[in-house]
Ligand binder design. Structure first.
Ligand code: ADP
Length: 634
């Protein structure tokens, strides 16, 4: 018997399979079932026009049988089978199958990724088998053939004895090692699990004889004596796959519960989803999708470990568990799947990234998510707010990321806590409620709503009856600055130089006062020795004597955020110490200044500056000095 050599690329693929990492090995079953299903598809198609086939739809099936004694798994189909020539061409070389394109040199890492995610076909059998035997009889042929191989050494083809049309694949499992337990693939529960996991939606039944045990019939005596019954085994033929994927069913067939149960089971989340969408796109590319918005953020959502992505199916066969290219980062919280007949099963990672169909699908999915979120906001406010609390941060990152490229798509989904009743409002709601006299969208930043409420800078704006957006997440101010304005209204920090609230007369008045006190202000600034860019009089303060603001691009809050990141250079906001000219303390300062007591004035400057820092929620440089100064001046 002549042993034939595999073609060069096939050899490489085989080598790759044999050295694949263990966690990927289980996909062999998916690959073989998928091949069997394709073969049945072909014969079924023939049977529609050719009576000679002699089989009707219900006769077609794939059988799995595992035998622990001989350590073999057998996968049988009654599909179209292969002629001798087809055996040679299909299993002797992978050139025909188109299943694999060699892009990079044999890099194990990358290879393993490919094995894990994509259809790698028949050869995956060698990941778990030391010997593979294929016995097949083609439709219309009166001869059957046997193909045998033990891997890289080559294969043989001989005539065989087989009555019915179809293919039988026998895998003789590799021996177990310390690290790898191949025997588990002989376990009926493991097999059932694998079929459920990867091949649940194969259109033809995948059947197996499953052994169950049941209690034996007991005698009345034993029953009366309360004896535990003996058990006996019995065999039942089970269909392991459900055959029709939920997403392929018509929407009218499905209940809300169906969708929710499916989610909970499939995406392993104890909480029901907040919202789902079932998309059936009939156009090009044709696809079905199920999209879910979880009600809670997974524990690792805001970490690097979190992987975004949707399951990707090609006509019911899972080809990738988390296809990241289907979701933009700002919608990374969405769970679900996409199934398209227009995608090839055997498509490699790199090819997928550049796949035009996939890009079109991704675009359309993004649109769906966006419109579903808008619907939720409009019709189910409470749920939207729940969503916002779980994933709002991600949308705000989205506004800020890629230089604001996506801001227009996301801006109407944003929410912030408002100074009015501390409710969440959208920017649209904020702007719609603005009185005529209000020019800006005001915001204040701080680590919590309670903290912001106490900021002296908010007093004047509130006194004018204007609403303030409270920004409490680090990313908030960066997002707001990226937006710059909303519906032609500019965003304005309550700490900004000019809040646009003063009349020209008032401004003049303040200017005059400032000129009058310019010596004093200079003495105060000098005493602070470069800690502030200047000391000014403030129009925004009412009950508080001082506050700290900033001029220029960087706000105090941004300074905090930027300096909390791991970078070498510390960034400083240009600080401005503002004094309340109507406060008692101001009179005190004035009299010290008039008396020429610049030493004491300097001490007041330091105290007031530290006070302002504390109100801002920032730490003071020298708490001991602060405490000593208080005692001294008391
Ligand atoms: P692919 O499935 O991508 O074509 P495979 O390596 O899995 O690549 O299979 C190669 C070819 O072998 C298939 O295209 C098919 O023609 C043939 N083949 C594999 N399994 C079967 C089967 N069970 N019945 C009939 N033909 C099969």
């Amino acid at each position: 018997m002549e042993t034939k050599q595999f073609k060069a690329e096939s050899k490489r693929l085989l080598d790759m399979m044999i050295h694949s990492i263990y966690t990927h090995k289980e996909i062999f079953l998916r690959e073989l079932i998928s091949n069997a299903s394709d073969a049945i598809d072909k014969l079924y198609f023939k049977s529609l026009t050719d009576d000679q086939v002699g089989l009707s739809k219900d006769d077609f099936a794939i059988w799995i049988a595992a035998d622990k004694d001989s350590r073999t798994i057998k996968i049988t189909d009654n599909g179209i089978g292969m002629t001798e020539e087809e055996l040679e061409n299909n299993l002797g070389t992978i050139a025909n199958s188109g299943s694999f394109k060699f892009k990079n040199e044999n890099k194990l890492e990358e290879d393993n990724q490919i094995i894990g995610q994509f259809g790698v076909g028949f050869y995956s059998a060698f990941m778990i088998a030391k010997k593979v035997t294929v016995i097949t009889k083609a439709y219309g042929s009166d001869k059957a053939y046997k193909w045998e191989s033990e891997g890289v050494d080559g294969y043989t083809i001989t005539e065989a004895d087989k009555q019915s049309v179809g293919t039988e694949i026998i895998l003789e499992l590799l021996d177990d090692t310390d690290d790898e337990n191949y025997s588990e693939f002989l376990d009926q529960y493991r097999i059932k699990g694998l079929v459920k996991k990867y091949s649940d939606y194969i259109r033809f039944p995948v059947k197996m004889e499953v052994t169950h045990s049941k209690p034996k019939e007991q005698s009345e005596e034993d029953k009366a004596a309360g004896k535990a019954p003996e058990y006996e085994d019995f065999i039942e033929i089970e269909t392991l796959n459900s055959m029709v994927p939920l997403w392929k069913k018509s929407k009218s067939e499905l209940t809300e519960d169906d969708y929710k149960h499916f989610y909970v089971e499939k995406f392993i989340d104890y909480n029901e989803p907040l919202k789902y969408a079932h998309v059936k796109n009939e156009g090009m590319p044709e696809y079905n999708a199920l999209l879910y918005i979880p009600s809670k953020a997974p524990f690792d959502f805001y970490t690097r470990e979190y992987e975004k992505g949707l399951q990707l199916y090609s006509n019911g066969v899972l080809i990738m568990d988390k296809c990241p290219d289907l979701l933009p980062d700002y919608f990374s919280f969405v769970k679900g799947l996409v199934d398209s007949e227009d995608l090839s099963l055997n498509i490699s990672r790199e090819m997928l990234q550049h796949d035009r169909q996939l890009k079109v699908i991704a675009k359309s999915i993004e649109k769906t998510i966006s419109s579903e979120l808008k619907k939720l906001l409009k019709n189910e406010r409470e749920k939207y707010e729940q969503f916002w609390k779980a994933f709002g941060l991600q949308l705000k990152y989205g506004i800020y990321s890629d230089y604001g490229m996506h801001k227009d798509k996301l801006v109407d989904l944003l929410m912030f806590t408002s100074s009015k009743e501390h409710k969440l409002v959208t920017l649209d709601e904020y702007v719609s409620a603005m009185p005529e006299s209000q020019k800006y969208i005001y915001y204040a930043t701080g680590e919590s709503v309670e903290r912001i409420e106490q900021l002296p800078q908010t007093e004047l704006v509130k006194d004018n009856g204007f609403e303030i957006l409270y920004l409490t997440d680090n990313v908030d101010e960066f997002a707001i600055r990226t937006l710059m304005n909303y519906k032609e209204k500019e965003f304005k920090s309550v700490s900004a130089d000019d809040l646009g609230l003063d009349t020209p007369e008032k401004k003049e008045e303040l200017k005059a006062k400032e000129e009058e006190s310019s010596d004093m202000l200079k003495t105060l600034a000098d005493a602070l020795d470069g800690k502030v860019a200047k000391v000014t009089l403030s129009q925004r303060l009412k009950s508080h004597p001082v506050c700290l603001t900033s001029e220029g691009e960087i706000s105090l809050e941004m300074e905090k955020v930027l300096n909390s990141m791991p970078n070498d250079q510390k960034i400083h906001a240009q600080r401005v110490l503002e004094l309340n000219p109507d406060h008692e303390i101001f009179g005190k300062l004035k009299s010290l200044s008039d008396a020429g007591d610049s030493d004491k004035l300097g001490k007041y400057a330091k105290l007031l500056y530290d006070q302002a820092l504390l109100i801002e929620g920032m730490s003071i440089e020298d708490p001991v000095e602060f405490s000593n100064l208080i005692c001294e001046l008391m």
